[in-house]
Ligand binder design. Structure first.
Ligand code: MLT
Length: 267
């Protein structure tokens, strides 16, 4: 069921797949995507879990009525959605920017999560070079709109192999990105540039954690993933070979199996 939930800064567009009512999971997508990027996970997990996906504020069909977002306002939206659905505690999955939000959520509200999957993401904040890249992307959007931004970001999100082999899927993703609003993209670029560095906080996390990385990820290095795995006490990790940054799209079978096996050992 797809619906809208009003918040203090707009309306969250979410889907609640509740044929199975137990073992709820929430999936948080990356930038500059929307909840449809989880389609392969929804069809797999909805057979055994209640599954919730949503569009982050400023992206997809969420209605963005306030000019800024932060990683913290995304966490507030997540908690608001969980409260609205009467979900006290659940399994959280976040990929990339979704992982920045999931990590911050677990640090701020550890009692609300049974477990967390941090996929293709990191604890480090943006250094000056990364911030400058975001500001260049903002300039690029102002000058040229979404089309050249879409082309250049796609080459970082998806591996050359995938782009060549899965032309239709790549085109579909490119359409999703090109349709995003420039204000929503800018707001989320600034949210990522201004996020906290959580490297030194990782040791406080007790929530069971699965770290998923991909060998050909151009955005998140193996060192970034090792920092998560080595500093979170209760963490395990899986590396997907033959995948770029969006490992849930490029390797859905391996991605889903890694989470399923992690959850089975926890239920
Ligand atoms: C994402 O996939 O969410 C972003 O590429 C992450 C980032 O730019 O830091």
């Amino acid at each position: 069921m797809s619906t809208y939930l009003p918040t203090s800064n707009g309306e969250i567009h979410y889907c609640d797949y509740n044929d199975v009512v137990d073992h709820p999971m929430v999936f948080i997508h990356g930038f500059p995507l929307d909840q449809t990027s989880w389609d392969n996970q929804v069809s797999f997990f909805k057979k055994s879990n209640r599954v919730i996906t949503y569009d982050l504020m400023g992206l997809g069909h969420s209605k963005f009525s306030y000019p800024t977002v932060t990683i913290d306002s995304h966490v507030d939206d997540l908690i608001h959605l969980m409260n609205h659905l009467h979900l006290d505690k659940l399994h959280l999955v976040g990929l990339s920017m979704g992982g920045y939000i999931a990590l911050r959520a677990v640090l701020k509200h550890s009692d609300r999560f049974h477990s967390v999957v941090l996929a293709n993401t990191k604890a480090e904040g943006d250094d000056n070079k990364a911030k400058a890249n975001r500001f260049e992307q903002i300039d690029q959007l102002k000058l040229n709109g979404t089309s050249s931004f879409t082309k250049s970001i796609l080459t970082k999100l998806l591996s050359p192999n995938y782009r060549e082999k899965y032309f239709n899927e790549t085109e579909q993703l490119s359409r999703i990105i090109a349709l995003q609003s420039i204000t929503g993209l800018n707001a989320n670029l600034i949210a990522m540039a201004s996020r906290f560095d959580h490297t030194l906080d990782l040791r406080t996390i007790k929530t069971p954690t699965l770290v998923i990385s991909a060998l050909n990820d151009e955005i998140i290095s193996q060192e970034n993933s090792a920092t998560l795995k080595n500093n979170i006490v209760n963490a395990e990790s899986v590396t997907l070979e033959d995948s770029g940054h969006l490992s849930n799209l490029e390797q859905p079978v391996g991605f889903n199996a890694a989470i399923k096996s992690f959850l089975n050992r926890r239920n």
